[in-house]
Design a protein around this ligand. Structure first.
Ligand code: EPZ
Length: 420
């Protein structure tokens, strides 16, 4: 398993280009199951999770070919309607094939996703919504068995905002008979990207980008070409890297409007920001001001930036708190940050951080995707050498992150192989 070796203390300078959004691609790819034919998904990032989704679709008879950052997908010969455990255990987003398979083929056998590094990840909202749309759902030895002659429209009111359940329900409702109404729907940009793809395939969807979505079911859809939106979490991670490393950086090919909660907090922390139509420039101050955040569904502060923000607050001039209201146990990065000298106390789902003057490099272990990002960011700031082990977690959601950081002046290198 690869590790990164980082020598901290370098000031970051220069420009970094942002890739396509992992969490959009993982919804756009299974949406191709809704209509037979050829699709082009442009600006698709080259990530482990995208590779896993490609393998899952290929196991169903779909052909998926990558040409640079465009996926060429052909769904003429879908002949299997299953998502086996070996795929789903690697990536929870495999559940996204459930809605399209039931809507288009009337059947699906999808493994229940296991938990993940930070705890259980239920799918009850997905299943309840599909049942409301008329699917027969049974659980059999760890698998979801779904059947439906033809889905029928329903009014679905989510009691909590769920990106995945909104995406799955959208992809099921577009072929249901009648008009479906989803209330308390997720508004994340990745869901908007999915809805726009479905509309380009002939779906009739109103209220896109709001919490109430209306879908008038159609009898059939057709293939389309779509471009994946920029990855707001990759962009946010690079901005926090600049903030931590006395940076003067420009983050390009991003969508600043998707980052407004983060840039508002960076501004509060003392960063000098200038924002264009597709870039954000950040000049970091010598002293970082402490800023408390609490995560929330979009457009609130993203839970996927929670770990990175704690890394930044670790060296702020004063105390702050970070609360995760989405995932109460997404804090595996804290013990590792403490190994780097951070002063953090966790109480339930709130981290109390006392800024320290400096972090000191050490060996730290990645546990999940965004925790790994936080450890790299802290290592870029820490004095001396930091080794971040098990970086395969990072490769799930960041394309060539070490190269992008090297181009900004960071001293980071990947060491391949070895069992750590
Ligand atoms: C998506 O996961 C993202 N993944 C996650 O990003 C992100 O953290 C999350 O949304 C929240 O923004 C993808 O898009 C592939 P949810 P998802 O359903 O859809 C609870 C990353 O780092 N819930 O919005 O699985 C759930 O436990 C990943 O890129 C239920 O209770 O998240 C959580 O507390 C990590 N029952 C809350 O809802 C359900 O059926 C929000 O989860 C579904 C969810």
């Amino acid at each position: 398993m690869d590790k990164f070796i980082i020598h901290g203390g370098k000031n970051l300078r220069g420009t970094v280009s942002i890739g396509g959004a992992k969490n959009a691609s993982l919804a756009l790819m299974p949406a191709t199951l809704l209509a037979s034919g050829k699709y082009e998904l442009a600006n698709t990032p080259d990530l482990r999770d995208v590779f896993t989704m490609s393998k899952l679709l290929q196991s169903m008879g779909v052909t998926v070919e990558r040409k640079d950052h465009t996926l060429h997908i052909n769904t003429f010969r879908v002949n299997k309607f299953e998502a086996p455990y070996e795929h789903v255990k690697k990536m929870r987003a495999s559940i996204y094939v459930l809605g399209p398979l039931v809507a288009r083929y009337g059947k699906a056998k999808v493994s229940l996703p296991g938990g993940c590094a930070w705890g259980p990840r239920p799918v009850n909202l997905h299943l309840e919504a599909l049942k409301k749309l008329g699917a027969k759902i049974e659980l059999d030895r760890g698998y979801i068995i779904a059947k439906a002659r033809r889905l029928k429209a329903a009014r679905i009111v989510f009691n909590i905002s769920s990106v995945g359940a909104t995406g799955n329900t959208l992809m099921a409702a577009v072929l249901a008979k009648g008009t479906t109404r989803i209330e308390n729907a997720a508004m994340e940009p990745e869901i908007i990207n999915l809805a726009e793809m479905l509309v380009s395939m002939g779906a009739k969807i109103g209220g896109i980008g709001t919490t109430t979505i209306e879908i008038e079911g159609v009898d059939a859809l057709h293939p389309a070409h779509i471009s994946t939106i920029p990855d707001r979490i990759e962009a946010g991670t690079m901005l926090v890297a600049g903030a931590l490393c006395n940076g003067k950086i420009r983050v390009e090919n991003c969508e600043p409007a998707h980052l407004s909660a983060l840039t508002a907090r960076l501004d509060d922390a003392g960063m000098k920001l200038s924002v264009g139509s597709s870039f954000i420039e950040l000049h970091a101050p010598k002293e970082i001001l402490p800023v408390a955040v609490s995560t929330a569904p979009y457009p609130g502060f993203p839970t996927d930036m929670q770990a990175q923000w704690i890394a930044l607050m670790a060296i702020a001039k004063g105390s702050s708190t970070v609360t995760d209201t989405i995932y109460f146990d997404r804090f595996k990065h804290i013990p590792e940050l403490i190994r780097l000298g951070a002063n953090i106390e966790l109480n339930e789902n709130t981290a109390a951080i006392k800024g320290v003057k400096k972090l000191i490099g050490a060996k730290v272990m990645s546990t999940d995707l965004r925790a790994s990002a936080a450890l790299i960011l802290a290592g870029l700031r820490a004095e001396g050498e930091t080794e971040v082990l098990r970086v395969y977690h990072l490769d799930r959601g960041y394309e060539a992150i070490e190269k992008k950081l090297q181009n900004l002046g960071a001293d980071i290198k990947r060491v391949a192989g070895e069992e750590f």
